[in-house]
Write a new protein. Structure first.
Length: 218
């Protein structure tokens, strides 16, 4: 049966690392709205220029912009047996739009899971300001907690690691405010529908992975 997975949790809770691993494990597309928007910014497309002005303030980009991106992406053939959505939905309106999109594209009944990464938020700003990623394979590193073998170089691709423009303390604080105001209400939204799967996201990458796999196979 088709498996639709969405992920909730505050910025830098480890969703990106785990969903990258999960996409490979399940052979599902990993659809990460933040990365899709950063690609638009790099191309300096019309959407990218609009998105940048919101991302630079730690705010959500307008719902129509990201809604169109998601709708186009979820109708692609590679989503037929399932998908991993990382960073969408991020508000109640987006969650309702996703339900509508799914009801339009699903040919048969699908299993939907909203996986919530429950984490101690005190460590997260420190994670954000030290975060780096590989522009080629998407692997996420951290100068303090998960450094690359050679400073600033990806272990797999041998290319220079990048730091996201919005990974600084000031924008990170605004992103947390946005998360608590707009996205955190989704925890209750999905709980009320019996679709919420909460995992403890504190601990090592392997510990969180074990907990995640358990929930996926439930
Ligand atoms: P992320 O890479 O998930 O941390 O997202 C980076 C930024 O992209 C966020 O702070 C938002 O400005 C924007 N963004 C990502 N996903 C969404 C979404 N579903 N709705 C609106 N804005 C988003």
């Amino acid at each position: 049966m088709k498996l639709e997975l969405i992920f909730l949790g505050p910025p830098a809770c480890g969703k990106g690392t785990q969903t990258n691993m999960l996409a490979e494990y399940l052979d599902f597309p990993h659809i990460d709205t933040g990365s899709l928007l950063r690609t638009e910014i790099a191309k300096q497309s019309k959407d990218g220029i609009i998105a940048k002005s919101f991302i630079d303030k730690g705010q959500l980009v307008p719902p129509e912009l990201v809604g169109n991106i998601i709708k186009n992406r979820l109708t692609k053939e590679d989503c037929a047996k399932g998908y991993i959505l990382d960073g969408y939905p991020r508000s109640l309106a987006q969650a309702e739009l996703l339900e509508k999109i799914n009801s339009e594209i699903d040919k048969e009944k699908a299993v939907f899971k909203a996986i919530y990464f429950d984490i101690d938020t005190q460590i997260l700003i420190d994670r954000i300001v030290n975060r780096q990623s590989c522009p080629k394979c998407g692997e996420i590193y951290n100068k303090k907690f998960k450094p690359s073998k050679v400073e600033n170089i990806c272990d797999h691709c041998n290319v220079e690691l990048k730091t996201r423009a919005d990974d600084n303390e000031e924008i990170a604080k605004a992103r947390f405010e946005t998360y608590y105001r707009e996205t955190a209400p989704l925890i209750e939204f999905y709980q009320n529908k019996n679709l919420l799967y909460k995992i403890d996201a504190n601990g090592s990458i392997n510990e969180v992975w074990e907990r995640l796999i358990k929930v996926i196979n439930e």
